[in-house]
Write a protein that binds this ligand. Structure first.
Ligand SMILES: [Zn+2]
Length: 78
């Protein structure tokens, strides 16, 4: 009987905060989440844009930034 759990790792689901154990990353597909359900929910949030990675710039600012980059490259006065 192998009652002992030799190589179990412990993780904590960033989505629901539940502690879970897994044998290896390869065997635990939804890592770092506890389950594929949590993983899917989190992915869904990303898709919907609930999480904001970088501040959403308005298009105008983008163009200004581009112009600035271009002029910066040009030798203005010499
Ligand atoms: Zn979870």
């Amino acid at each position: 009987m192998t009652d002992a759990t030799p190589n179990l790792r412990e993780g904590r689901c960033p989505r629901c905060g539940k502690r879970y154990r897994f044998v290896s990353l390869a065997r635990h597909k939804p890592f770092p989440f506890c389950s594929s359900r949590c993983r899917n929910e989190d992915l869904g949030r990303w898709m919907r844009g609930d999480y904001v990675i970088s501040s959403p710039l308005p298009r105008l600012d983008d163009e200004v930034a581009l112009e600035a980059a271009e002029t910066e490259d040009d030798p203005d006065e010499g």
